[in-house]
Design a protein. Structure first.
Length: 715
């Protein structure tokens, strides 16, 4: 036992000793008691478990009485000395004791001194017990504190970790059960900023754009879009059912660049395609929900057909879309016509299609791919009903400069409608730039040129270029093709082309933007300038009838027919006309055979978003022969500089290019064609869709993160 503890107890025992001494004082001063009963009183007193021994000293210092355990050899003077010490302890038989010395004074003066010895072993025991309890208490407290610390640390660490995980996954800051933690707010802000940086880095990064295929697109859909639902909206349907005279149905693919590009993507994505059912047999082919599985016999996706009245089709499709927006965007010197009634129909039909998107959607956030100028208002209409949808609008035709677009009476509504899109795609950067400048001119929007983003009405739209393309033929498909020689023989037989003629081809819809007239003028000029080609050259123009209900198109067709007649009269023979105008629909296989048979393919659009004919021609020429003459005003010219690029308005230049093409040595043809083929192979339609969908996936992730961040900061 340490001295400090001993001193505490010594003080207590001194007090106790004083009490005992006071209690005994009377007995000690009373002479009678002292005589007879003192020993008995002392013996009784030491029955107390603490008081061990008592000694009674005379005033002269002799021990007069003592109890049994009082040491026989202890003198009073020594006991007094011990008691004077601060701890006052000594060892006697049976253990250590505390000694106290109490002078007793009676009426007659000093009666003697009382020596009391108190047991110290209980102090030892108590002290040990106390120490034990203290240790247990401290250990328990320490354990409890450690446990609480661990639990708190675990909880907050888990909270942090799961919050950070959720942020990174874009799902939420915390598990729903846990209350939102304000400590994560700065982390969330940092993460958001970092995400934005990463996005920018990602966009600037040289990406591996190689090897895009249907499989890679499917895997992108599975991984980055987690199998989300895809809905396509277009005016033109991918397959048209026509009723034959005998009542049977035939299916055909329409002549449309849009369908050529989007159909293979849809086959890869599955999902639903919503389009206008325009064929005479379309109603007979659908189920009771107006659905039809496609492609026929393969059932890879489903088409939902929408029905329009004649007035609706007239106002929305022929009127506003094709007499208004088409010439407005193509700037091909045909005046756009804007009628109030057409606009009404356009708006109503956009709403009809938007409602169909909402009805077909199985989730609140589908990926909606809106195609083309027929649906400028639809993105905002869908956004109103499905605010969480990812809407990708692709504008397949050019976008003019702000001045040209400004003549549209409903320019504001159109821009607002398009800005309902999450992503707005054009074929080229140039069209993106025109669109952004148009918005800047006519709307109060925030434009971030660095990120190519427009913020309008609190919503962001990414404006990006995605050059469209074709599906590159598979080796199996190419193996089935007849050889170029066989294709050539068949063509010569079918059209009765004299042997030894060189053949140039053009394949278009009958449309004034395609530069068919300029092409014919170039053919005529070639024959004027180079008489050696007379009787040695045939030009085959496939012109699929298109929008024949419009006067502009009918007049255009007549102009082409007149030009054809004129050239044939000047340079052809009755049995061998120079220009063969095939004004009917040709299917994919027929067109491919024509490409393989030709020496030259002419694409002379006056203005074209992209143009896929030039890409199809290149894809068909696995013999690496044939020359492409390509208009500089087609979006494709930017990707295909190995073609003979011409200004179709410049007849002389185009005629010279045609001559150059007809006289190009085989080695040069091969060199140019090989390079063109590798470009188109690489930049195929899966890359077009893949880049768009990868951007959509990135923005969906950002949307999820920012939704959570917002929810978090509100809470
Ligand atoms: O009017 P149609 O026959 O459906 O053709 C429209 C399509 O024609 C194509 O030439 C255009 O590239 C597409 O953008 C457009 O959608």
């Amino acid at each position: 036992m340490d001295r400090l503890t001993l001193r505490w107890f010594a003080r207590d025992l001194d007090m106790r000793g004083n009490l005992v001494a006071n209690a005994l004082a009377d007995s000690l001063t009373d002479a009678e008691t002292r005589g007879r009963k003192l020993q008995a009183i002392f013996d009784r007193a030491v029955q107390d478990e603490r008081l061990v021994a008592i000694g009674w000293c005379s005033p002269s210092g002799q021990v007069l009485r003592r109890t049994a355990r009082f040491p026989k050899d202890l003198e009073c003077s020594h006991a007094k000395e011990v008691a004077a010490d601060r701890v006052a302890t000594m060892n006697i038989e049976g253990g250590s004791v505390h000694v106290s010395f109490h002078p007793i004074v009676g009426e007659a003066g000093a009666a003697g001194d009382l020596v009391l010895m108190h047991d110290l072993s209980f102090i030892e025991r108590r002290s040990q017990d106390t120490r034990k309890y203290l240790i247990i208490l401290i250990a328990t407290l320490g354990g409890a504190i450690a446990l609480v610390t661990v639990i708190v640390a675990q909880l907050s660490w888990r909270g942090w970790v799961s919050g950070a995980h959720a942020l990174l996954r874009g799902e939420g800051l915390l598990k729903p059960m846990l209350p939102p933690s304000p400590e994560l707010a700065p982390l969330a802000a940092d993460l958001r900023e970092r995400l934005r940086d990463l996005e920018d880095e990602y966009r600037r990064m040289p990406r591996s754009d190689e090897g895009w295929s249907a499989e890679r697109l499917q895997s992108l859909l599975r991984t980055q879009l987690r199998g989300d639902e895809v809905i396509v909206v277009s005016n033109r349907e991918p397959y048209i059912h026509e009723k034959q005279q005998d009542g049977s149905l035939v299916v055909r693919r329409p002549a449309s660049g849009l369908v050529t590009a989007v159909e293979p993507v849809m086959r890869a994505c599955s999902g639903t395609w919503i389009a206008h059912g325009s064929g005479s047999g379309d109603r007979a082919a659908v189920d009771r929900h107006d659905h039809v599985p496609l492609p026929p016999g393969e059932d890879e996706y489903q088409l939902r057909r929408l029905w329009l009245t004649e007035e609706q089709e007239q106002g929305y499709y022929y009127g506003f879309a094709n007499e208004g927006l088409w010439p407005l965007c193509h700037v091909a010197h045909v005046r756009p016509v804007f009628r109030e009634q057409d606009w009404e129909h356009y708006r109503n039909v956009n709403q009809l299609f938007a409602d169909a998107v909402v009805a077909e959607a199985r989730s609140e956030d589908p990926v909606v791919l809106v195609q083309d100028y027929h649906f400028a208002l639809l993105p905002a209409m869908v956004r109103r009903k499905l605010p969480r949808a990812t809407i990708l609008t692709f504008w397949h035709i050019p976008w003019p400069n702000p001045e040209s677009f400004g003549i549209c009476p409903w320019r504001r509504e159109i821009l607002e409608g398009m800005l309902g899109s999450t992503i707005l795609g054009f074929h080229t950067r140039y069209h993106c730039k025109n669109f952004i400048e148009t918005v800047d001119r006519y709307l109060e929007a925030r434009i971030e040129h660095e990120h190519s983003t427009i913020t309008y009405g609190g919503e962001d739209t990414l404006v990006e270029s995605y050059p469209i393309s074709i599906e590159w033929p598979s080796p199996e498909e190419a193996r089935e093709w007849p050889s170029p020689g066989q294709c050539r023989t068949e063509l010569f037989e079918r059209l009765n082309i004299p042997a030894g003629h060189r053949v140039a081809v053009g394949v278009d819809r009958f449309d004034y933007t395609k530069g068919i007239l300029e092409r014919l003028n170039a053919v005529e000029r070639l024959l004027e300038k180079h008489p050696e080609w007379r009787d040695r050259f045939t030009f085959v123009q496939v012109a699929a009838p298109s929008r024949g209900a419009l006067e502009e198109y009918r007049a255009f067709r007549e102009r082409i027919e007149r030009a054809t007649a004129r050239i044939n009269e000047r340079f052809g023979r009755p049995d061998a006309p120079v220009v063969r105008l095939l004004a009917q629909h040709h299917d994919h296989d027929q067109v491919m055979r024509l490409y393989r048979a030709a020496d030259v393919c002419m694409v002379t659009s006056l203005h074209d978003g992209m143009n896929l004919v030039c890409k199809e021609f290149v894809a068909a020429r696995d013999d690496e022969r044939g020359v492409l003459v390509l208009s500089r005003f087609a979006g494709a010219a930017r990707e295909m500089p190995e073609a003979l690029v011409v200004n179709p308005y410049h007849v002389e230049e185009t005629a010279d290019a045609l001559h150059q093409a007809l006289t190009m040595p085989p080695a040069e043809q091969r060199e140019r064609m090989a390079s063109l083929r590798s470009t188109v192979h690489e930049y195929n339609v899966y890359r077009w869709a893949g880049r768009m969908l990868a951007d959509a996936a990135r923005l969906r992730l950002r949307q999820r993160v920012s939704d959570r961040v917002q929810r978090h900061s509100v809470a």
